[in-house]
Write a protein that binds this ligand. Structure first.
Ligand code: EZ4
Ligand code: CO
Length: 412
């Protein structure tokens, strides 16, 4: 077969509401592919990795040789793994899959084995400063057709807390919480774990009492707990039948998950900050978790995420791909094509992107019956308005820093 020569690789950094890093690959005969490599708060590192180190290697290579290119970039760098490297490889890998599917004239999921279901079940982000606001947020999601919601609330005595929208439904701010703030330095938030642990079970009790047993509920502890605190929280939440408790502890220490597992049957999801299958090895083989959180964007693209998912599937662990608004619609589309095809798809996170973001990235995926279906056109099915992207240049923005009430830096 004649090779499909890569002619040009461009890196597009744009900030329509928030920063995104996109790679565009063009073949000599005019096929264009897009990939997402956005790494929230470290976007320019990925852009440099792509522009300075990967783009020159790609010119002249065969765009069809996806596996070979993946291995060439991963093994060829000598310095393996890490969020910047794996996001850059992800962007290239996704763009090559987009090209291959366009050449084949098929939506990408067809090349990954075809659809295993009609659509991918998604969960939205419900939040509130108090119970009435939280209930309004849940109702707004139900009215839109969501069947699953993540529940995050303010904690009495603490100020702004991860995952809670800055204004209620109908307020001036977008309801879903977008943590990146445009400034040269991060903002600081204050945290107290004991107050959170005292408060959260009462929130879930109230939500279950209000909305009944059917609604799928999730929660993100965002790496803030010690193993024994996480074990206690998992146990306290058991009566409310959570779909999962996410990121209970910082996952560098994989043994922590064994301790949690010994104490609670609340399902555990982990891995949005992981970037390779190696980060999951012990957690999956010892069956310490129930869902893997990696999206295509941060885990080496479709090629490597498929490897993670297949390994997880051997142990009845399902996918729960990260889908915040700091992954671009291109990245979300990549996750959706793979999710639709995978046997062990679990659920997909879905924070709807802002109108500003959609002015640059125009995705063809569609939401119905509480789920997303990727576009049925050839490729990934996301268009990019280059001129609109250029009108929205990069702006420094960082995730917040967390400090305990005595000033000690804590996990955010
Ligand atoms: O804080 O994507 O489950 N979702 C999350 C996200 C992350 C952001 C970090 O960039 O934890 O909201
Ligand atoms: Co999370």
């Amino acid at each position: 077969m004649t090779p499909l020569r890569i002619d040009r690789t461009q890196v597009i950094v744009t900030s329509p509401g928030r920063n995104f890093v996109t790679v565009r690959i063009d073949t000599a005969d005019g096929v264009t592919g897009y990939g997402d490599g956005t790494l929230n708060g470290r976007e320019l590192s990925v852009a440099s990795y792509l522009r300075d180190h990967l783009a020159p290697l790609l010119v002249g290579r065969d765009a069809h040789a996806i596996e070979d290119t993946w291995q060439y970039l991963y093994r060829g760098s000598y310095w393996r793994r890490g969020p910047v490297t794996m996001a850059a490889i992800a962007a290239v890998d996704t763009a090559l899959w987009d090209i291959k599917a366009k050449v084949a004239g098929l939506p990408l999921y067809q090349l990954l084995g075809g659809a295993s279901r009609e659509r991918c079940l998604v969960y939205g982000h419900a939040s509130g400063a108090n119970l009435p606001e939280l209930f309004d947020s849940v109702r707004a999601h139900l009215a839109q057709g969501f069947r699953a919601v993540r529940i995050q609330t303010a904690v009495p005595g603490l100020g702004s807390v991860y995952g809670v929208a800055s204004s209620p439904v109908g307020g001036a701010e977008r309801y879903d919480y977008e943590p990146a703030r445009r400034a040269a330095v991060p903002v600081t938030e204050t945290w107290e774990t004991r107050a959170y642990l005292r408060h959260l079970p009462s929130v879930f009790e109230a939500v279950r009492a209000e909305f009944g047993p059917e609604l799928i509920l999730l929660h993100d502890a965002h790496h803030r707990l010690t193993p024994i605190q996480a074990a206690r929280l998992g146990k306290a939440l058991e009566p409310y039948d959570l779909f999962w408790l996410e990121d209970p502890t910082p996952a560098e220490n994989q043994d922590a998950l064994r301790l949690i597992r010994q104490h609670t049957t609340t399902p555990i999801a982990i891995g949005e900050v992981f970037n390779t299958v190696w980060d999951y090895r012990q957690l999956i083989a010892e069956q310490l978790i129930d869902y893997v959180r990696s999206p295509a964007t941060h885990a080496g693209g479709i090629t490597h995420l498929r490897r993670i998912a297949d390994y997880a599937g051997m142990y009845q662990v399902k996918t729960g791909m990260h889908g915040p608004t700091d992954i671009s619609p291109i990245g979300l589309a990549a996750s959706l094509h793979l999710g639709l095809a995978l046997h062990n798809f679990g659920i997909q996170e879905y924070m709807v992107h802002s109108d500003e973001t959609h002015a640059v990235f125009q995705p063809g995926y569609s939401f119905a019956d509480g789920g997303l279906r990727p576009a049925d056109e050839p490729g990934l099915g996301v268009a990019l308005d280059v001129e609109c992207a250029a009108r929205n240049p990069y702006q420094p923005a960082y995730l917040p820093i967390n400090r305990l009430t005595d000033g000690t830096v804590h996990d955010w």
